[in-house]
Structures are given as structure tokens and as C-alpha cells.
Design a protein around this ligand. Structure first.
Ligand code: GLN
Length: 482
């Protein structure tokens, strides 16, 4: 059962071949067996899941099931779930039980989907390896000493290990696409504003976007159908019609024009990675697409701009964790200042502290213009590069990551090499564009992801392009150990 996609499980449920109770129990058993080793979950909510599964089976009998009714899945532990603790991978929120649901959580509940638990992640979504989680690092099911990528490494690894068929995730600089690539699964970061951020714990509010991880493009489309849409509770959510993302998956790709940015295909890309990506692009040509060289002249500035903007926004967002309102509080504070400082010193991990310090510095009087304002201007230039590029091509393709999954511990002592992981993904967040990663091959037995970037609100086209590739290739069907 666990090797089936959401689309297949949905059909099985509709035909009565399996019940949600059976399905949910099956996935919970797999989590029980395997997650001690993989650590893809921070919290497993087995009782709640079984109760929801019984409800889903009743709803189906009553004749008002949706395609998601009874389907087990998981939420990244950044989405607030009423009554189920939500930690964001931090000691600060170790015992935080939200009194409300995120809009994304509520949409899945309304559809009757069954959340089996909350997945592991880098603390406050800061990282590229899921090693900064307070609850311990997630292991990539493709290699016992490999990272799953991050920050949504728990979600990606859980899908890859078939502990759930799908999981939600978030992407501020690459946190859906990079773990998707490293775990051999398919992920989508939608256009900024397409999915509500209400109840999604904030990291860098102008970059954060909720999205999807599953094994096929079709399943990502099914997820986005549930998640996307205007939300009056999120002032940056966009009021724009939501198409049925599954309706256009089968459209032929004839005439699709693909741009290959010169700046992404340089000598620095390893020959093995380059080969996988070029073969994937040849497959697209065989499907009727045409290829064109393009330029994103400011691509090399993306990481520098991001590591000013994201920490600046994070330092403001994380000011709310002060030991007064909710979350961790230090023992026996001497006075108010001691309460603030010790709570934050004890509650946050080192990467989070590093970001708060960088961000506070960049925003301080005297440095604001030199760093924050400058970074915002660079951001605009990066966006303009994409606007120009999309006058010439329909989609842009590149590798998702510079290399396959790296070894645990390899980059933890060197934050800058960790930051370089997102070299291909970060600029789309700065520009607010949608992008996907899909499995495109293997290097040394480890999965490699192809990134497809689209114009604003072109999620349907990205999903269509990914689905057509997956009809013609088998990479997304490979599982660890195939
Ligand atoms: N790796 C990037 C960072 O650490 C992006 C993380 C993310 O997308 N949440 O900031």
C-alpha cells in the first residue's frame, strides 16, 4: 500500500478497496518500525489520526468525500495544528500546543485528509540539512550517513521512505526543492502569495511560502488544489482564482520553450551533475520542447542579498519569543532583562542566534542603508532579470542543488558552505516566483533534482511539464535501495 501515490490511494478509497482506518494504521506501523532510525517525525499523533480516519470513513459512507478524504499525510512542524504540539524544530517551542489551525492545516482538515504527525525540520527553517533541529538530525533514507537536505528534510525523507505518501513543506530560500532533490521526491514552491502563510510560523515573511512534497507531479497538483487560495487572514495572500491543477497535467509539451541560464551551467557544475541535467533536458526536447540559452546577470548576487534580507526579517519575527507570552521560559529569572536574555540564550540554537545577530546588525541605524537597503535593491535587479528572461522563454531549467546529498556533519562547522547549497534556488524566492524540483537521475547512487522555474502563477504549467517528464521517465519511481 505504501508504494502507491496519493492519486492511486484516492482511487482505492473511492472503490472501497481499502478503508482510511486500514491505510492510516498501515502508515503508522511503518513510522513505528522505521522512524527511530530516520527521525523524520518530531511528533506522531497516532490517536488523533485514527480518530480522523474513522471520521473519514464515515464521511465517505455518507457520500460527501473529496479526493483527499481518508488519505494519510504529514505536516511540516512549522504549520500550527490545533491541539497538536508545533515546535518549528526548536527548544523554544518544545511544549507549544497551538490553540488554532494554520489556514493550510484547516484546508486539509476540511478536505478530510488524515494528518499522522509533524515532520522534523531545521530550527525555525534555518538550514539546508535538517541538522539544526533541536530534536536531532533526520537521516536520508538513500544513505545512512547522508543528510536529507533542509529545512523540510523530515517531510522529504518521510515521503522518500514511504512513511507517508505526501507532506507539506515551506520554502524561504530552497527548503522544499533542495530536500526534494536530495531525497528523490517531487516538490513545488508556489508563487509568493499563492498559499496562505497564516499560522505558518514566520521565518522571513517576504520570502516564506508553503508548498508541497510528494512522489509525483500529479500528487503535488492534488496537494496544491487543497492548499492554494486567497486568505483574508494573510495580507500578502493573493486574491486570484485557483485552477484545478490536475486538469492540465496531460497537455502536450510541444512548443514549450526552455531557458538555460548561462550563469547556472558553468565549469563549477560537476560533470556528473551536468550530465544528468543535460539528459533530462534532452528528454524535454524529445517531448517537443525547444531550448534556448538565456542570462540572469545578477545571479551571483542572490546568496549575498538573501543572507542580509532573510536574517533581517528573522530578527524581527523572532523578537516575539521572549519568555513572556508563550514558549520556553528560563528558570528563576532575576529580573525582566534576565528573563529575556536567558530565555533566548537557552531557547534558541546557534544557527538561529547567528541569524538574529546578523539581522539585527543589518537593520541597525547607520548600517540599514549600507546593508538592508542595498540588498533590497539587488533583490529588485534579480527580479528584473527573471522578468526579462520570461519575455523569451516559458520556463527556466537548472540543477536544483550543486551536488547530491552530502555526508552528515560535513558542513555544520562552516555556515558559508552550507549557505552555498541554495545557490540555484534562492533567487526565485527573492523574485517571488514558483519553482519545482523533480527527480532526474542518480549520481553515485544518490538522487539528483532538476529545477523548473516558471513565471508568476504558472504552477499549472510547471506541474504539467513535470508530469509529462514523469510519464516518459522512471526516476520519480525509484525508491531508496530501488
Ligand atoms: N537554506 C536556506 C536558509 O537556511 C533556506 C531555508 C528555507 O528555505 N527555509 O535560510
Amino acid at each position: 500500500m505504501h508504494d502507491k501515490t496519493v492519486a492511486e490511494l484516492s482511487r482505492d478509497l473511492a472503490r472501497g478497496k481499502v478503508s482510511s482506518v486500514e491505510l492510516t494504521q498501515h502508515f503508522l506501523d511503518r513510522i513505528q518500525e522505521q522512524d527511530g532510525r530516520l527521525k523524520t517525525f518530531i511528533t506522531v499523533s497516532a490517536e488523533q489520526a485514527m480518530a480522523d480516519a474513522r471520521e473519514a470513513d464515515k464521511r465517505r459512507k455518507a457520500g460527501n468525500a473529496t479526493p483527499w478524504t481518508g488519505i494519510p499525510f504529514a505536516h511540516k512542524d512549522i504549520f500550527c495544528t490545533e491541539g497538536v504540539r508545533t515546535t518549528c524544530g526548536s527548544k523554544m517551542l518544545e511544549n507549544f500546543v497551538p490553540p488554532y489551525n494554520a489556514t493550510v492545516t484547516q484546508h486539509f482538515r476540511d478536505a478530510g485528509a488524515v494528518c499522522v504527525g509533524k515532520t522534523n525540520m531545521d530550527e525555525f527553517a534555518m538550514g539546508s540539512s535538517t541538522e539544526s533541529s533541536y530534536f536531532g538530525a533526520t537521516t536520508n533514507p538513500w544513505g545512512s550517513n547522508r543528510v536529507p537536505g533542509g529545512s523540510s528534510g523530515g517531510s522529504a525523507a518521510a515521503v522518500a521512505a514511504q512513511l507517508v505518501p505526501a507532506a507539506t513543506a515551506t520554502d524561504t530560500g530552497g527548503s522544499i526543492r533542495q530536500p526534494a532533490a536530495m531525497c528523490g521526491v517531487t516538490g513545488l514552491k508556489p508563487t509568493y502569495g499563492r498559499v496562505s502563510r497564516y499560522g505558518m510560523i514566520a521565518f522571513a515573511s517576504s520570502l516564506d511560502q508553503g508548498g508541497t512534497l510528494a512522489r509525483s507531479a500529479e500528487d503535488n497538483a492534488m496537494m496544491l488544489n487543497v492548499m492554494a487560495g486567497f486568505d483574508p487572514k494573510d495580507s500578502t495572500s493573493v486574491d486570484r482564482e485557483v485552477p484545478d491543477y490536475t486538469a492540465t497535467l496531460k497537455e502536450p509539451l510541444k512548443g514549450l520553450s526552455i531557458g538555460l541560464p548561462r550563469e547556472y551551467f558553468t565549469d563549477q557544475l560537476s560533470p556528473a551533475m551536468g550530465k544528468v541535467i543535460r539528459e533530462a533536458i534532452r528528454e524535454y526536447e524529445a517531448l517537443g520542447a525547444t531550448v534556448k540559452d538565456i542570462s540572469l546577470p545578477h545571479a551571483n548576487l542572490a546568496i549575498a542579498a538573501y543572507y542580509v534580507i532573510a536574517p533581517a526579517e528573522a530578527s524581527a519575527n523572532l523578537a516575539r519569543f521572549d519568555g513572556v507570552r508563550y514558549g520556553y521560559r528560563c528558570q528563576d529569572p532575576k529580573d525582566l532583562l534576565d528573563l529575556y536574555t536567558r530565555t533566548r540564550a537557552e531557547g534558541f540554537g546557534s544557527e538561529v542566534k547567528r541569524r538574529i545577530m546578523v539581522g539585527t546588525y543589518a537593520l541597525s541605524a547607520g548600517y540599514y542603508d549600507a546593508y538592508y537597503l542595498k540588498a533590497q535593491k539587488v533583490r529588485r535587479l534579480i527580479q528584473q532579470d527573471f522578468i526579462e528572461a520570461f519575455k523569451e522563454v516559458d520556463v527556466i531549467m537548472s540543477p536544483t542543488t550543486p551536488s547530491p546529498a552530502f555526508v552528515q556533519g560535513e558542513k555544520t562547522s562552516d555556515p558559508v558552505t552550507m549557505y552555498l547549497e541554495d545557490i540555484f534556488t534562492i533567487s526565485t524566492n527573492l523574485a517571488g516566483l514558483p519553482a519545482m524540483s523533480l527527480p532526474a537521475g542518480l549520481v553515485n547512487g544518490l538522487p539528483v533534482g532538476l529545477q523548473i522555474i516558471g513565471n508568476y502563477f504558472s504552477e499549472a504549467r510547471l506541474l504539467n511539464a513535470a508530469h509529462q517528464f514523469q510519464q516518459a521517465t522512471h526516476w520519480h519511481r525509484l525508491t531508496p535501495g530501488h
